[in-house]
Design a protein around this ligand. Structure first.
Ligand code: IMP
Ligand code: MG
Length: 177
């Protein structure tokens, strides 16, 4: 692990992210016109995306966080554990889950199954990135920032073993060992 060498190449620049977020915020505001919603950010990856998106949104909202884990390194373990439970009351509420990336769909499915038990009115999903080609379970976002190919990406909240989250751009990570 210590001899790993990393090559980072920008895939989506911070400027492009910013532009896309303004149009996404408008789209979400139009959709939820007149509603009160609870936004649930999926820790830790959605931190920067959620923060930038919510500042552009005008919808009446409250926010909270949920944390789930299904990944070790670059492969999914297929098991979703809930590590942090939202503290707001979710019963009868419209929820908007904000995710960093939809890959196999396993994490999102696990989160949705878990949240359904709290009896919300409806659950919607917004993801910054979508690797649609990688889906192994049925999971779709209602709002998507960017479709990307099957590449392992880091930055703007996304990590490789907890590293690189604070990069401004979304970058492709290549590991040479
Ligand atoms: P899924 O369960 O396979 O859909 O994976 C979703 C989770 O895996 C995300 O919330 C990320 O934490 C992680 N993940 C999937 N693809 C990537 C990637 O390319 N870079 C970093 N994390 C990823
Ligand atoms: Mg992760």
């Amino acid at each position: 692990m210590d001899n790993e060498k990393f090559i980072l190449t920008t895939l989506i620049s911070s400027e492009r992210i910013k532009e896309r977020i303004s149009s996404l915020a408008e789209e979400i505001d139009r959709f939820f016109q007149g509603d009160h919603i609870i936004v649930l950010g999926v820790l830790k990856g959605a931190l920067f995306f959620m923060s930038d998106l919510l500042k552009e949104m005008k919808t009446d909202l409250a926010y909270d966080f949920i944390q789930a884990k299904s990944y070790e390194g670059t492969t999914s373990s297929g098991i979703v554990r809930i590590l942090k439970d939202p503290s707001l009351e979710l019963k009868g509420k419209k929820l908007l889950i904000v995710e960093d990336i939809l890959d196999t769909g396993i994490t999102l499915n696990g989160i949705i199954e878990y949240l359904k038990k709290k009896d919300p009115e409806q659950i919607y999903v917004c993801t910054l990135l979508d690797k649609r080609g990688r889906r192994v379970v049925n999971a779709e976002a209602d709002f998507t920032g960017f479709q990307i190919d099957n590449l392992f990406v880091v930055g703007y909240g996304l990590d490789y073993n907890e590293r690189f989250r604070n990069l401004k751009d979304v970058c492709v990570l290549e590991i040479k060992s």
